[in-house]
Ligand binder design. Structure first.
Ligand code: CDP
Length: 240
């Protein structure tokens, strides 16, 4: 983790280097939806709403063999201090796509030919790690909607500030400029087989450090998964 000669020796918010920010997870936050959930770590909050499965139009987009998953990610205009312009951007298109790929590792839409399951992710407030928070919320919302899933998906952003490896990087850490600067590695893992459903890398890191960062992500994803499952269990108990 932290090396003696690293310029980042203590986290700005006082956390241990392998510590996730406080997690808050809730299912059923939008009662009119087929499934919905909220996932929060520290100052980053994601809300996911699921609609479907329903027959996909226009017809030429349909897959007659199985249903398709369609994800739309967006940040709300006042989610960050400098205001986000409403509407799609290159960044939101990219995050929508990678989220779709990550979630596709878990859902099984073989029972729903020619159909679509829509997932809408919104970020009302952001302090880094919004794509992983969005994936966590979306996985919960899909489960709450009763979409068949082979396993859950849990995600976390690990990274590096100068030579120090970190879990659940916040915005101040993402902006660390000294020494080797900051590296951001969003990772999503499947819950049982612990396969990597998403790994992106922005910055510089050695192969050995990356291996260590992935091990840290695996442990952190256990915390994320526990929070997801607790929230799903709570909502099922409420229904009984
Ligand atoms: O959110 P995530 O870490 O998945 O993606 P990013 O593109 O690396 O963005 C990192 C953080 O920068 C976001 O979580 C926001 O806190 C912030 N951000 C911003 O202030 N203004 C933007 N237009 C986009 C992101």
């Amino acid at each position: 983790m932290t090396k003696n000669d690293s310029l980042y020796k203590k986290r700005f918010d006082g956390r241990a280097f392998n510590e996730v920010r406080p997690i808050n997870a809730k299912v059923g936050v939008v009662p009119s939806a087929d499934g919905s959930a909220m996932f929060e770590t520290g100052g980053t909050r994601a809300i996911a709403v699921v609609r479907g499965p329903r027959i996909l139009h226009p017809q030429h987009l349909q897959n007659p063999k199985e249903g398709i998953l369609r994800v739309s990610y967006g940040m709300m205009p006042f989610s960050v201090w400098d205001r986000i312009r409403p509407g799609p951007s290159r960044r939101s298109e990219e995050i929508s796509k990678v989220t779709e790929w990550a979630l596709s590792a878990a859902v099984d839409l073989s029972q729903f030919p020619s159909s679509v399951v829509d997932v809408f992710i919104q970020i009302p407030q952001a302090d880094a790690g919004t794509r992983v928070a969005g994936i966590n919320a979306a996985a919960m919302a899909l489960a709450a909607a009763g979409i068949p899933m082979k396993q859950m998906i849990s995600a976390i952003a690990v990274g590096k500030a100068d030579k120090t490896l970190l879990v659940d990087v916040d915005k101040d850490e993402e902006d660390f400029h000294d020494g080797e600067g900051a590296t951001d590695i969003p990772i999503a893992l499947t819950s049982r087989s612990k396969e990597i459903a998403l790994l992106q890398l922005d910055g510089k890191i050695s192969v050995d450090e990356l291996k260590e960062a992935i091990e840290m992500a695996k442990k952190a994803c256990d915390d994320v998964l526990a929070a997801q499952m607790k929230a799903l269990k709570e909502v099922n108990e409420d229904k009984e």
